[in-house]
Design a protein around this ligand. Structure first.
Ligand code: SF4
Length: 259
């Protein structure tokens, strides 16, 4: 029986693709971003997380679920998907780290006519991406830093593979929305925004979800025993977000903020 390790299932999500959605969070990520908002999704196996304010004690994050169990959760909200043009989004962590499970659930959704979105870093072997891509209706594709040295520093891996996979998805006609986490002083400079715009224009990609950094991860880092390398970095001010929005919109990008 194919099983996946899931660390959350969010119902009635409205920022993870079109309409009302169920978002399934798969555990395990090949990256280690300094600003990670879901650090409990980084390790592939279930793990203990110390209790937070109001909790009675440590909790276990992550559990094995079968394809049938996950489909049962998805099917509870079929009516909402139909009425809102919604569906299911797979997020994480990085869902492509569990390709057999992901492919099995995606195939089942396809058989049932349920719209699917994949929220991905794109950092996966090309053969895995090629296997999964035809089963996905919409890619929500993370783009964090175009400079490879910076990408290695802040995420722990090169961006070579994810850029190659993104080019392949575009070449093969897949629907892609870019997800750009806006991190003050790291990727919000005019130099980086210029490079990103140029890269996306070359690919013909126009849709961007702008995800301003927030600092709720800090408490989770502490509870998991992860180092907090961003220190006291504050979320971007409204005027910075407005400046970036205006800059991207001026060049014809279609933007949403938040996610
Ligand atoms: S890719 Fe996403 S889940 Fe993985 S470490 Fe970075 S922010 Fe966290």
């Amino acid at each position: 029986m194919t099983q996946g390790t899931i660390f959350d299932i969010k119902k009635f999500a409205i920022h993870d693709g079109p309409g009302i959605r169920t978002t399934i969070f798969l555990k395990g990520c090949p990256m280690n971003c300094w600003w990670c908002h879901n650090p409990e999704g980084q390790r592939p196996e279930p793990e203990s997380m110390a209790g937070g304010p109001g909790d009675t004690g440590p909790i276990t994050v992550g559990a094995l679920m079968s394809v049938g169990q996950v489909m049962a959760e998805i099917e509870k909200d079929l009516l909402f998907y139909d009425e809102s043009g919604g569906g299911v989004t797979f997020s994480g962590g990085e869902p492509l780290l569990q390709p057999d499970f992901l492919a099995a659930v995606l195939a089942q959704c396809r058989r049932q006519g349920i719209h699917t979105a994949l929220d991905t870093t794109g950092h996966a072997p090309a053969d895995i991406m090629a296997r999964i891509a035809p089963l996905v209706d919409l890619f929500l594709y993370d783009l964090k830093l175009l400079d490879d040295a910076h990408h290695r520093k802040y995420t722990g891996v090169s961006n070579d593979r994810l850029l190659a996979n993104l080019r392949h998805l575009v070449r093969t006609g897949r629907e892609v929305i870019i997800r750009f986490p806006l991190i003050p002083h790291i990727n919000d400079t005019s130099d980086h925004l210029g490079k990103m715009k140029h890269f996306l224009q070359e690919l013909g990609l126009r849709r961007i979800d702008l995800l301003p950094y927030h600092d709720i991860h800090r408490q989770k880092f502490h509870r998991l025993g992860h180092p907090d390398r961003l220190g006291d970095l504050a979320p971007p001010e409204a005027d910075v977000i407005d400046r970036v929005k205006a800059d991207l919109a001026r060049d014809g990008f279609a933007l949403t903020v938040g996610g």
